[in-house]
Design a protein around this ligand. Structure first.
Ligand code: PPS
Length: 572
């Protein structure tokens, strides 16, 4: 098969500028739906033709076909349900046939949709068919069950304006802008490379080789919408891509940013990615081992086989009109000081083959270790180090939890002073009492209020951690689920060190520093933790400290030793 793109414009869903101005005014009267970040990404690609042939969010019939066998009701191939999920209340407030305004998170109207369909999807079936398993360890299944609304709305979309992006504006192109660029440059064959990771030298070699083999030009087409949780942020990645772009021979290669919300759906995702690149005017698409793989399931096994994505793509490529190019696994051959495709090395037993895995790279970055030049370009390494300094320079949170009077605040204070003595990072103490005075003064001690209180502490701690400081929190935090949620908030930016101050309730009551236990026993304070309200003992804290017969200084020292063993403070 030889595909040469005709590069004619593809249909968009936008109305003309004048109509858009008029519609904006009229749409002010319509019922509004505030789009989630994922829906904004989907809407952008619907409106600009990236999701061609879709004309809006899927109708129920199209949805059923897509879930069942990757086909729209017209018979066309489309592997991913693009659905507008909403709450039951919002869905119930609408009439079929009604137009609704689709707004971004600041309230700007991006488009309208005529609601032709409203239904409650079988999410378990969608999970099984589209993502391969109804398992919340899959990020898209987790989203489906825990974030997406219960009801789907479908109907044609009318585009008013693109979502506004303030970052890297010059690097964002619609499918038709990309097509026009290829036309202008005379690029009739273009290999697209999809990525959500920084590019290193092996990627540069494999992409350039893929383009040479297909006698095509190359489009580096990274995803900057939503990727897998935990990925390097797109700001850092784009700065890295810009550095790598200079390494390709001039005028062979271009880069454009794609505001796609990935689903990590492996084989179906590969086909979807191919169709999106076809819409952008590309003729070839690189598919690697475990393309858009979500990692392992709750049993610790991979969701998809390593070559499932390639197989599904190959089976549909004629119909799609975009050709798959195999991703070559490139390794560094030390003796020849060059990258070679591993399956083409004839003298494997005579040469030294080097590679650095993603996990090993993260470890080296975290510990500030050397990253050799054969692996990555110095400009890329510099950017990554700027974003991810070694652990001993990153922010982190120490989260004390325990009964009232257990000694949390005293140990937290001692720890704060010791960390301040060391210097290097700002330290903030979010003690239970301080927080209740400054952040949560209107809250009481019901479960709901305690959760709110702890989530606020978690939010502030995560911001401090993100900005390179040390947050020390010392609330009771009696509920394990809330503590887990705070851990997740913080771990997006740095380490979370849970310290259980394991003083028994009997000892706390015996000490009764504030006289509160006596009042609680007399029923004068209701819902008192450990007396008339529950406390979930931490199942696996990073550290548990005993305070009976151990002085405060020693307890704080135990925490310091833990921090040192985790690489969070440098030993000296
Ligand atoms: S929580 O559950 O984490 O939101 O609690 P926290 O913000 O740490 O506040 C605990 C302090 O409030 C005082 N206090 C109570 N504690 C527990 N239960 C009830 N009903 C209660 N009422 C008042 C108590 O002094 C706690 O202070 P600490 O520093 O823990 O001794």
């Amino acid at each position: 098969m030889t595909i040469i793109s005709n590069l004619a414009p593809i249909p968009e869903l936008f109305v003309s500028y004048d109509s858009a101005q008029k519609m904006k005014l009229e749409a002010a009267e319509l019922t509004s739906h505030d789009l989630s970040p994922r829906q904004i990404c989907d809407l952008e690609l619907l409106m600009n033709g990236g999701f061609n042939p879709l004309k809006g969010f899927l109708s129920e019939e199209d949805y059923n076909g897509v879930v069942e066998n990757m086909r729209l009701s017209t018979g066309e191939l489309w592997p991913m349900p693009i659905t507008l999920d909403v709450s039951e209340d919002f869905a119930a407030s609408l009439e079929i046939g009604q137009d609704i305004a689709l707004r971004d998170q600041e309230g700007v109207i991006l488009g309208t949709m005529t609601v032709t369909d409203r239904w409650e999807p079988n999410k378990a079936l969608e999970a099984e068919k589209v993502f391969g398993a109804d398992d919340d360890a899959h990020p898209a299944v987790n989203y489906l069950h825990n974030q997406a609304g219960k009801i789907y709305l479908g109907g044609p979309v009318t585009g008013i304006q693109q979502p506004v992006h303030y970052d890297f504006r010059a690097r964002r192109d619609t499918p038709n802008e990309m097509r026009a660029y290829f036309r202008k440059m005379g690029w009739r064959k273009v290999v697209a490379f999809q990525t959500r990771n920084p590019l290193h030298r092996a990627h540069q070699e494999l992409t350039f080789r893929a383009a040479r083999e297909a006698q095509a030009n190359l489009l580096i087409h990274p995803v900057v919408g939503l990727t897998k949780p935990g990925d390097v942020d797109h700001f850092t990645r784009v700065r890295c891509y810009e550095a790598v772009l200079d390494k390709y021979p001039q005028a062979t290669t271009s880069m454009s940013l794609l505001n796609l919300a990935m689903r990590m759906a492996g084989p179906r995702e590969a086909v979807w990615h191919g169709l999106i690149r076809k819409n952008h005017g590309c003729t070839h698409f690189i598919v690697g081992r475990d393309h858009a793989g979500p990692g392992s399931n709750s049993q610790g096994e991979d969701f998809y086989g390593p070559y499932d994505a390639q197989d599904l793509f190959r089976a549909h490529q004629d119909e799609m009109g975009i050709e798959m190019v195999d991703f070559k696994h490139m390794v560094w051959v030390a003796e020849r000081a060059q990258y070679e495709a591993i399956d083409e090395i004839k003298d494997k037993d005579k040469v030294t083959i080097l590679n650095i895995s993603g996990t090993e790279l993260r470890r080296r970055l975290a510990e500030g270790l050397e990253i050799p030049e054969w692996f990555s370009f110095p400009e890329v390494v510099k950017e990554l180090r700027r974003t991810k300094p070694p652990r001993s320079k990153q922010g982190f949170t120490v989260f004390f939890t325990g009964f009232s009077g257990s000694g949390k605040s005293t140990i937290a204070n001692a720890l704060m002073v010791k960390l301040m003595e060391m210097g290097g990072r700002p330290v903030t103490l979010l003690d239970g009492d301080i927080v209740r005075k400054n952040l949560s003064s209107e809250l009481g001690f019901s479960k709901e209020h305690r959760d709110l209180n702890i989530r606020r502490i978690g939010y502030v701690a995560s911001e401090i951690t993100k900005n390179g400081g040390i947050a020390i929190c010392a609330p009771i935090a009696p509920y394990a689920t809330t503590r887990r949620a705070v851990r997740e908030d913080v771990e997006a930016f740095g380490a979370f060190v849970e310290v259980h101050v394991a003083t028994s309730i009997e000892e706390c009551e015996r000490r009764d520093r504030k006289g509160l236990y006596k009042l609680a026993r007399e029923g004068k304070i209701k819902e008192f933790t450990g007396i008339s309200d529950p406390y979930d003992v931490p199942a696996s804290p990073e550290l548990s400290v005993e305070t009976e017969n151990v002085d405060v200084d020693n307890c704080a020292h135990q925490v310091l030793l833990k921090l040192e063993s985790m690489g969070l403070i440098a030993a000296n």
